[in-house]
Ligand binder design. Sequence first.
Ligand code: CA
Length: 231
Amino acid sequence: MKVLVVEDNPGIIEVVSLCFQLRWSGTTVISAATGRKGIELVETESPDVIILDIGLPDIDGYQVLKEIRRFSEVPVIMLTVRGEDTDVAKGLELGADDYITKPFSHIELIARVQAVLRRSQGLSVTDDEKPFTSSKLSVDFARNEVTINGQSTKLTSTERKLLYHLIRNEGRILSHESLLSKVWGDTYVDARDLLRVHIQHLRQKLGDNTEVPSIITTEHGIGYKFVRPTG
Ligand code: CA
């Protein structure tokens, strides 16, 4: 397993390296102190997971994330500062898979990394992952190919998993708790904001109306429902 840490604070890099050394043997931790170097290492080193700080000396973490998402779906965990909720929302909107707040414990860091890796690898190819097709939308889960009105788009691993559960339960309401535990794991059942941000992102990618959604509908106080797009 290879972890890339993009962070200009050597202290944090040291903490992360030590954490993996102690708790996850066989892991290689590589690091970049600038955003540009980070993007370069994603291309040349193909890490399995990225831990990305927002405050960097050249370009900020959001810009780094945006550029990484142009060519890679690698899981990204944003490092945020306590109390900065807007940072979290913005990072998730740009395609981060999760976030961790500084200062963090070893246990927390390992748990977050395990969770994003499980999600990105959790969608194995089986027979019941048949592509979904309607006149407007087609989704090939195994190939991660989504076509909406003839235009193709790419989903992050989290979005793909979320859409998978919604589509497999077409026309049925899935509760917040059920979606959170299926996609993120049991420890996330109360993380409704996390779910809401990913649902919004998914709607945008599917060309759904984010104000009055018709493909992924909001069932107030209960959850969400996938409705087959027609016309
Ligand atoms: Ca920093």
